[in-house]
Design a protein around this ligand. Structure first.
Ligand code: LLP
Length: 420
């Protein structure tokens, strides 16, 4: 129990009795502490951090970050709407989206800042004649991610205006009378800090081409260490490096740029655990595997199936019934009828089973999966096998547990179906 991040056995029992499993449990203290660490990012001439809300968009989390003074990075107009309903003023929201819907023009008129992500987006927004300054998101030609699938820079990535199209982008903006005030780059999630720093320098080169730009947004992508062998990005270290290059840029050009960053993972990854129950145990012969089947799976936590991502897993028997249980090599799987619903794949290889040494699990034990705050609840195969969406709970700073999203009911699951 001692190595759980913020939950006690009493918390687990209360969750099972009052809210049921599986439930995501967020920790308010960790959320606030991460916001404070981000606000201490070194900078030369002004800094504004945004939360990439796609990581975990539930209103209770947005409200906490609003109170802490963060802004929002939204990725669709639906996220803009959610942020506004959670209390963010439109002027604190920026949008970098793959799908620039017509409806966005009203948000743009209302103060939401946009980073145009393709040449056709420049054309579209230009034709709306809104008269607000814009940002441009560039693909700087280099990317870096924890896996290939989370690398969003370089020629294999469709995100942003390709660096070679800079002149075309500038001409298009000019043609439509759009003033460019921000340059934006985001090169991946779980980025190598050295590549991240290098791209910060490359992004300043893009700024040179636009004399009206006053803000450079360097995206998110800071690595966190979920497993003991992983190394987290040191924000102070990369921040100092960016601060120096901003100062050099100012000495050379006289332009004192504002810095923005917009992490998702850094702010929420460690602030949530998934509380589930072992609901079955099977064994495939002496040369096979011992499988622990949870009442959760890819319907809550897709990252292992998608990326071969690794999350800490704890099997927790009732301490009153069992004083000590030995460990065993076990494969942990989800509840979907899908061999890909695997919670212990090999690192970076979702197709290979990687048995893990865990407390020998039995039916009804708790299984707690840690560091699931980012892209878990928000990025699932929701309702696959018709399992309802899990509940979300928050452990308040005072220590009590409170519901922040109810478990979906069966009626809600089928409510949009109509008899044709
Ligand atoms: N800004 C933009 C424009 C983004 O597309 C993203 C993430 C972020 C910021 C935040 O990146 P972060 O700090 O969270 O790394 N689902 C994956 C990561 C893909 C995220 C996509 N964009 C995961 O589970 O790790």
């Amino acid at each position: 129990m001692s190595d759980l991040k913020f939950l006690t056995y009493e918390n687990l029992e209360q969750i099972r009795m009052e809210f049921g499993t599986p439930s995501f449990v967020y920790d308010e203290s960790t959320l606030r502490q991460k916001a404070q660490e981000l606000l201490a990012f070194p900078h030369a001439f002004g800094f504004f951090p945004r939360y990439a809300m796609k990581a975990a968009p539930t209103a209770a989390i947005l409200r906490i970050f609003n109170e802490e003074g963060l802004g929002i990075d939204a990725s669709s107009i639906f996220e803009v709407e959610r942020a506004v309903r959670a209390g963010f003023g439109t002027e604190f929201i920026s949008l970098s989206t793959q799908e620039l819907a017509e409806d966005f023009r009203y948000w743009a008129q209302d103060g939401v800042k946009i980073n145009l992500c393709s040449l056709s987006q420049i054309q579209r927004l230009g034709s709306w004649k809104i008269g607000e300054p814009v940002g441009l998101r560039f693909n700087p030609g280099t990317g870096s991610g924890g896996t290939n699938r989370t690398n969003v820079g370089g020629p294999s990535s469709s995100f942003g205006i390709w660096k070679g199209d800079l002149i075309k982008a500038r001409d298009l903006c000019h043609m439509h009378g759009l003033e460019v005030e921000r340059i934006h780059t985001h090169i991946g999630s779980g980025s190598d800090p050295e590549v991240w720093k290098k791209v910060a320098g490359m992004s300043l080169e893009l700024v040179r081409a636009f004399p009206t730009v006053h803000t450079l947004n360097l995206g998110g992508g800071f690595k966190v260490a979920r497993m003991p062998d992983e190394v987290a990005t040191d924000l102070q270290e990369i921040g100092q490096s960016v601060k120096s290059i901003f100062e050099e840029f100012a000495a050379e050009t006289g332009r004192k740029l504002n810095l923005e960053v917009e992490p998702g993972t850094f702010l929420v990854a460690h602030a949530c655990s998934l509380v589930s129950s072992v609901q079955d145990v099977t064994q495939t012969g002496v040369d096979g595997y011992r499988f622990l089947k949870l009442d959760a799976g890819m319907t809550e936590l897709l990252r292992p199936s998608l990326y071969g991502a690794q999350h800490p897993i704890h099997i927790i028997p009732d301490p009153e019934e069992v004083s000590e249980r030995e460990e065993a090599e076990q494969v942990v799987v989800g509840h979907c009828c899908e061999s890909g619903d695997l919670l212990t794949p090999a690192s970076g290889d979702p197709e290979t089973l990687a048995p893990r040494s865990l407390v020998r699990g039995e039916i009804n034990d708790f299984c707690v999966i840690d560091s699931v705050g980012a892209y878990c609840s928000s990025m699932t195969t929701k309702n696959y096998n018709s399992f309802p969406e899990a509940a979300e709970i928050i452990k308040k700073q005072e220590g009590n547990l409170a519901l922040m999203r109810k478990r979906q009911t069966f009626e809600q699951l089928i409510e949009n179906e109509v008899a044709p």
